[in-house]
Write a protein that binds this ligand. Structure first.
Ligand code: NDP
Length: 246
């Protein structure tokens, strides 16, 4: 396995859950990390912890991924700090599950903005220089909901199918460019993701959950697996689901 020593890695949505775990795992593999999200106090704390524990550099970039300029500045900060962007993990996302009949149109819009436009802005900001340097790796966090649609996941799934389509198209277009692409599709993971759901009918439905969710670090290991392969190995798709209770 290749080490990530002296590589730079941007992780969006690093202020909690899966993104935080990915940042720690990539730092443990030797990468200098740039932590992006809106809650910068949390990122500052994480950066301090990472620098202390893993002996790498950790930068903070307060970023709203729905704002194109913020994402461009995030990439600029990474280049100014480390010379290049070697790894971009498009992880920031929201899962505002609701039933279509309840018409939560503002939440649909937010999911489209964060989950699709946020990923597109990351690609826009980082890909040109990766193509120029003939190396780089973009890891997009989709979901099992990007492979299947469940009642109340219709719009969320639409955004995560879109993320998968972006990953698949990038793989086809970039396979001769030196830029690798990985799509990660987690099943249920214990994070803050469900805290933002407002549709009461969905919250009621969740009470009967029969699944023990994964931990964020279970997904971080999958990301690190893809990121630490030798340059000629392109891990395109990883699905990680929890086991059902016996
Ligand atoms: P969390 O809610 O813990 O993390 C979501 C992250 O996204 C936070 O760091 C949040 O930071 C960031 N974020 C949200 N909106 C924005 C924005 N506009 N700009 C920048 N950052 C933003 O959930 P998870 O860790 O679970 O989610 C991470 C990814 O994993 C998401 O894409 C999610 O869809 C996906 N996923 C999660 C699953 C699960 O079961 N947990 C299953 C399948 C996929 P802040 O609020 O500080 O901006």
């Amino acid at each position: 396995m290749a080490t990530l020593t002296d590589k730079s890695a941007i992780i969006t949505g690093a202020s909690s859950g899966i993104g935080e775990a990915i940042a720690k795992h990539l730092a443990a593999e030797g990468a200098n990390v740039v932590l992006a999200a809106r809650r910068s106090e949390r990122l500052e704390e994480l950066a301090q912890q990472i620098e202390k524990e893993y002996n790498v550099a950790a930068k903070v970039a307060e970023t709203d991924v729905t704002n194109r300029e913020d994402v461009e500045n995030l990439v600029k900060l990474t280049k100014d700090s480390f010379g290049s962007v070697d790894l971009l993990v498009n992880n920031a996302g929201v899962m505002l599950l609701s039933f279509l009949k309840n018409d939560y149109v503002d939440e649909w819009e937010q999911m489209v903005d964060v989950n699709i436009k946020g990923v597109l802005f990351g690609i826009h900001a980082a890909l040109p220089s990766m193509i120029e340097q003939e190396s780089g790796h973009i890891i997009n966090v989709s979901s099992v909901a990007g492979h299947e649609v469940f009642p109340s996941s219709t719009v969320y799934s639409a955004t995560k199918y879109a993320v998968r389509a972006l990953s698949m198209g990038m793989e086809k277009e970039l396979s001769r460019s030196g830029v690798r692409v990985t799509n990660i599709s987690p099943g249920a993971v214990d994070t803050e993701l469900t805290d933002h759901i407002t549709d009461g009918e969905v919250l009621e439905m969740f009470k009967d959950h029969s699944m023990e969710p994964l931990e964020a670090k279970d997904i971080a290991r999958a990301v690190a697996y893809a990121a630490t392969q030798p340059d000629y190995v392109n891990v395109n798709e990883v699905i990680v689901r929890p086991m059902h209770k016996k």
